[in-house]
Ligand binder design. Sequence first.
Ligand code: GAL
Length: 518
Amino acid sequence: MKRIATVSAALVVLSAVAIAAVSPAPAEPRLVLTPRSGPEPRINGARVFGVRPGSPFLFTIPATGERPMTFGVENLPEGLMLDTATGRITGSLPGPGVYTVTFTAANARGTASRPFKIVCGPVLALTPHMGWNSWYVWENRVSDAIMRAAADAMVSSGLIDHGYQYVNIDDCWSVRPDAADPGRRGEPRDARGLINSNSYFPDMKDMTGYIHARGLKAGIYTSPGPRTCAGYTAAAGHEELDVRRFVEWGFDFLKYDWCSYGDQADETVLDDLQKPYRLISGILAAQPRDIVLNICQYGLGNVWEWGRGVGGNSWRTAGDLGHDVVGNLFRDGFDVYTRNELHRYGGPGGWNDPDYLLIGILSSAFVTDREGSNEASPLSPNEQYTHVSLWSLVAAPLIFSGDITRLDDFTLGLLANDDIIEVDQDPLGRPGRRVAKDGALEVWMRELEDGSKAVGLFNRGPALASVTAKWSDLGLDGPQRVRDLWRSKDLGVFDGSFEAYVARHGVVMIRLRPLNGR
Ligand code: GAL
């Protein structure tokens, strides 16, 4: 039985006659496909979490549904405590171990429960990071107030309830002696050599406390060279002191760039490329706090082959997605990934990072090359669905870098689809790959822990087209239950193949479960 589903990311249901008449791209409506979360409780996000023995533990159970909600955890190991009103788990675990617990979330509409695994050991980031980063909307205008507002927005928008966790400052928090803005100038370090934040960050510790008090985690950025990419004070020669400062300040995540280190390194020599990351990860590993390490050197020396070996929990696989977002989405997201077979490298503890989610409202510098204002992402609505779908299929970090305080329903729908997030956060952690290509039409597949498969039907071409996912390309045999992930809707049973009309630069994301399987 083969059925043709008339679905596309643009939610246009078209007859074959209408399709033939469609030529170049029509203006695209910003259709919200993600259904609104219901009032009943639902537990979302990751199903596994890594923590090191003795480190402060913080995990907020992500759950949508009407408040008030009462949280529970069955079999919570000794050393950990649950705040039943917020779902925050804190404390610390004394020694290594794997704990299978059950989360519950109850409200006036009912109770949800879900198993969860806490893995206490050396490995962090057992699923790709989820959060927000300041760079693409705030660049060199970032401040303490902006970071606090971002933490507030992560809660008030509900993103925290879908598993978003990290609130990360990018470049421009330290001092730049020659900054145009006097508020960003000053002494780079104090008399003890400790790095200073600039006047827009008067109290880092208080700021991370504010972020933690909302059940979230805080991230910071620096570079192994003397200067960051934007010319601010960085770590060269002060690595140990700077990490200790980040620990004192209460950070949970470090993005370690490359800029200005290139002046002292030979970028063709592997050892030169690896040295700064070995050094910093060694220092991080000795701290009494878990700090996830994000390596940002744009893929130099095939970093995916050794990023995990030098202690990285993720590594940028290409240059910045910004400036030419549309072109880079396809080049870096699809082609760099496929050419280098990046699916062979990512997995629990170390992820390929094709850069941030550039949707919503961004800094105009990245959209139109004009400094100082904000504009909508240059990606069309369908390209935005393509962007988030691809990221979830390749197990990329879901770090949104648009304005989190100004989320419209469309952008929120892109970020907060639990079916899509579930693919990204799948505990098996096996990144997907392209399994078929026919000109501009591509089929991508990701194997999931429960034996099901997530599949993306992509149309990189200039007009609506029919894309077919063949069971033979997906390694499937027999009838499959098919679910449309963006609409969170079961489509029925299909055998042999699944075909959908996909909009220009758009996608249809499905999940396939064997009819007689789990
Ligand atoms: C780039 C990096 C960006 C951003 C920027 C800050 O090297 O790729 O993500 O961090 O530096 O100056």
